[in-house]
Design a protein around this ligand. Structure first.
Ligand code: FES
Ligand SMILES: [Fe+2]
Length: 399
């Protein structure tokens, strides 16, 4: 088990070295990234299969299914999914389609003692077993064991719920997260309360939206009236985790961190976390912000076309919603984050998409100070079987 105080102290030490030196975690060199990756319909179709359908999906947290009978549904990748916590407390994932003739079994989220199909009233228990066939005598005898709900692979661990969208997919949360898993254990994500949710339906490629979560270079200019006000733009820590180092964590630092230089290291407590935030990228489509009071869960999904996507933002409060937290109101916090993303990050990414749709400019350039973008996009290209092409660096600036 990681010691949270030690983990946070190491982060502060690294950050303070950058503060003193005026530096940031960096890649070796700038990287020219081909812009067709945001506009190409063929690549987009490959991504939906190789990146999304073949990866386990982080779909929520334990508190989204608070007790026996609680259920929730989603359809984000074209597979209708019904998640149900059964009477043993175990989370089950089913295809949200009736084995009789395919009707959707549940909408939204809620609580139920059993699952009754709205079409012809077949009844299933919370473990997906077919229990009753409406007017069975006239329907005719069938072997009920063939008509249980179709199960999808699911695991709940560290307060996180993952689902596979193929019944035959094999995965484990530990295998997927790799060396990021101990950090998930450390965050106590099973002790959170849901605050609020917002969906962004954008005319933006899903990767372009994701890019805005992956560097702090833009904090000063783009967020000058919001987070740029209290963060040290262009100073971030970058760490990679998991199989093939596909996940990463950015640490974005507040200007107040410099004050810790005046306090002996032995006196640092977990309260040093007041001076920075972690923004994780969890392959393939999650941005997870962890700060002392809240967890922001962003799920990004491909839209109907290459230039569209959906982001679902769910805000959670760490611990009790009513826990006193020095005047920080959970709903105000949610609105602040939602509006920063909406009016600043996603405003600019929609603008970028418009310019890329013209297909005139062949490359964007990621700076040394944007290392996670370089690695993340190479990972995406490799996932669809393409070799990232290093554009000659001497041409940087000559697009
Ligand atoms: S489709 Fe569900 S009972 Fe007929
Ligand atoms: Fe931003």
């Amino acid at each position: 088990m990681l010691n949270e105080r030690d983990v946070l102290a190491e982060v502060v030490k690294r950050a303070l070295r950058h503060v003193d030196a005026g530096t940031t975690d960096s890649a070796d060199a700038p990287y020219r990234h081909p812009t067709w990756t945001y506009t190409d319909p063929e690549l987009f179709e490959q991504e939906k299969v190789k990146i999304f359908k073949e990866s386990p999906q982080m779909v929520g947290f334990s508190c989204d299914l608070p007790g026996p009978g609680s259920f929730t549904t989603f359809d984000d990748l074209g597979v209708p999914v019904l998640l149900v916590r059964d009477n043993d407390g175990k989370v089950n994932a089913y295809l949200n389609a009736c084995p009789h003739r395919g009707a959707r079994l549940k909408e939204g989220c809620g609580k139920a003692n059993s699952i009754s199909c709205p079409y012809h009233a077949w009844g299933f228990d919370l473990k997906g077993k077919l229990r009753t066939i409406f007017k069975e005598d006239s329907f005719g005898r069938v072997d009920k064991s063939y008509y249980d709900l179709v199960r999808l692979p699911v695991e709940e661990k560290y307060g996180v719920i993952y689902v596979g969208l193929d019944p035959d997919m094999k995965f484990s949360i530990d295998g997927h997260l790799g060396d990021l898993a101990p950090y998930f254990a450390m965050w106590n994500l099973d002790d959170m309360s849901f605050v609020n949710m917002h969906e962004f339906h954008m005319n933006t490629n899903w990767k372009l939206a994701l890019d805005t979560f992956c560097e702090g270079y833009h904090f000063g200019p783009l967020h000058k009236d919001s987070v740029g006000d209290y963060t040290m733009g262009n100073l971030s820590l970058y760490d990679r985790f998991g199989p093939e180092r596909r996940h990463h964590r950015m640490t974005f630092v507040n200007v107040t961190i410099a004050g810790l230089k005046e306090i002996p290291v032995e006196q640092w407590t977990t309260s040093v976390f007041d001076h920075f935030a972690f923004v994780h990228f969890i392959y393939p489509n999650i941005s997870l912000l962890v700060s002392p009071n809240a967890v922001e869960f962003f799920q990004l999904y491909p839209g109907a076309t290459v230039g569209e996507h959906l982001t679902r933002y769910r805000c959670y409060w760490r611990g009790d919603l009513n826990r006193p937290s020095e005047g920080l109101d959970p709903q105000s916090h949610f609105r602040f984050i939602r509006d920063v993303v909406d009016k600043e990050d996603y405003w600019v990414s929609a603008n970028v998409q418009k310019s890329l749709n013209a297909n005139i400019k062949p490359y964007n350039t990621f700076g040394k100070n944007e290392p996670s973008l370089i690695d993340m996009h190479k990972t995406f290209l490799r996932a669809v079987g393409r070799t990232p092409v290093e554009a000659p660096l001497e041409k940087v600036g000559a697009d």
